[in-house]
Design a protein around this ligand. Sequence first.
Ligand code: FES
Length: 233
Amino acid sequence: MTETYRVTVEPLGREVECRSDQTILDACLRNGIWLPHSCTHGTCATCKVEVLDGDVDHGASTSFALMDFERDEGKTLPCCAIPRSDIVIEADIDVDESLEVFPVADYTGTVVSIEDVATDTKRVVIETDRDVRFNAGQYMRIVVPPRAGETRRYAVDRTYSMANPPTETRRLEFQIRRVAGGAATDGWIFAGAGDGSSSESGERAPSRSGTRLPSRDPMAASCCAPARTSRSS
Ligand code: FES
């Protein structure tokens, strides 16, 4: 059964609720508390915090980003850690007070255009189901749609920075460079949508890059906007 625990974030003295299947970082970001973070999968150590009280499961934290002696000292990586009780953490939070923090939220988006802008780089425009408020320098985590007939046990997601200004809240632009063999690039964005071949779904892809995709195009993406201040970019 999924339980909910209280996470108190010091030195802010703020409390958020966190499910027992949710990372501490996710709970904080979704409640408008920005914690330093970068990789979000336990390898960079940017998010490291101290657990002052309570128990956590370190999840997929890597042994080099969170060493054994640090675990013994009560450190954890909130991007991977989930609470096992009510907890109190202390984070090194240094946010520009004048900057508005937008809580993480989930959106559904539809790819409306893909065009080449440079060798192995495409400009992808995604229209979201509602306004996305963000600061310059923020990014989206985009869930890569499965290919036709593909079943996945785990979601595949990638993060890309918005290339459009925050005043454009419904059409988000991303400039995405191809990664050879990449699930999001070779497996999706560069897999026929802009080169005249059929998309994986069997839908007719545009014959030229930059052509508007039909709104029923299956390449829809669920997105979230992790808060990121200019300090963390
Ligand atoms: S954000 Fe990189 S280890 Fe947590």
